[in-house]
Design a protein around this ligand. Structure first.
Ligand code: ADE
Length: 244
């Protein structure tokens, strides 16, 4: 069984439209949709936003559905200038950028685990699935809509991700993140929390993040527009190739 967690209800909806033999379970204000997606047994769930919500969703998913792999999909803000709206980040290392129990522990260190980041599983298959998706982009994405966001030639990066309970929308904050976590390429609010729970339960974890904004003053405008009109079809296309 593969668990698919998405940070957006819209994305769950696009995947739900393709889900067959659906059985629904409601618990803790979350709805878990079990079924077959492109011939694989999956459970889909909306993580809800932030580290606490997504960690709770992940724990429930692991305990109730016996998943042997979790894939997270959602959008993120870019904090490196070589990423543009519409590019895809496949996560390598996941940091909690707001974890700071110093001076008891080093900044970013997760107490007890003795780790500053959690690594994803080998992502070669997911990277190949994403490359194939990007090469067949127009089969999934409305090109006129993509052009509204200046998405011309979207690319993939295999890079580090910083998660925290903050929506980042200022250059000052980006500079601070770049200084403290120089390898992180994008920011979001759930990935590292889900990664930590997967690590603690020994469940292989992968993450797909689509760039929806540049974490700057425009982020609050770009993020919802992109999330609503484009992002969900990325997840659909990438997962279709991944499961093939
Ligand atoms: N998710 C998408 N864009 C984001 C941003 N700028 N900050 C945090 N999470 C995000």
């Amino acid at each position: 069984m593969i668990g698919i967690i998405s940070a957006m209800q819209e994305e769950i909806q696009a995947l739900l439209n393709q889900l067959q033999n659906v059985a629904t379970t409601k618990k803790g204000m979350r709805t878990y949709y079990k079924g077959t997606l492109f011939n694989k047994n999956v459970v889909l769930v909306f993580s809800r936003w932030g580290k606490v919500a997504s960690a709770a969703t992940t724990t429930q998913l692991i305990n109730d559905f016996n998943v042997d792999e979790i894939i997270f999909t959602g959008v993120a803000g870019a904090i490196t200038t070589n990423l543009n709206i519409g590019d895809v980040v496949i996560g390598k290392k996941l940091y909690q950028h707001d974890m700071d129990a110093s001076p008891l522990f080093d900044q970013f260190e997760i107490p007890i685990l003795n780790k500053k980041f959690i690594e994803t599983k080998n992502s070669t298959a997911l990277i190949n699935a994403t490359k194939l998706f990007l090469n067949t982009f127009s089969n999934y994405i409305n090109i006129a809509k993509a052009e509204e966001f200046n998405i011309l030639n979207p690319k993939i990066i295999h890079g580090d991700i910083a998660s925290g309970d903050q929506f980042i929308s200022s250059i000052e904050k980006i500079k601070q993140l770049n200084a403290n976590l120089p390898t992180a390429v994008c920011v979001e609010m759930e990935g590292a929390a889900v990664a930590q729970i997967c690590y603690e339960y020994s469940v292989p974890f992968s993450i797909i993040r689509i760039i929806s904004d540049n974490a700057n003053n425009n982020a609050t405008i770009d993020f919802p527009k992109f999330a609503n009109s484009i992002a969900s079809n990325y997840a659909l296309g990438i997962l279709k190739n991944y499961f093939a």
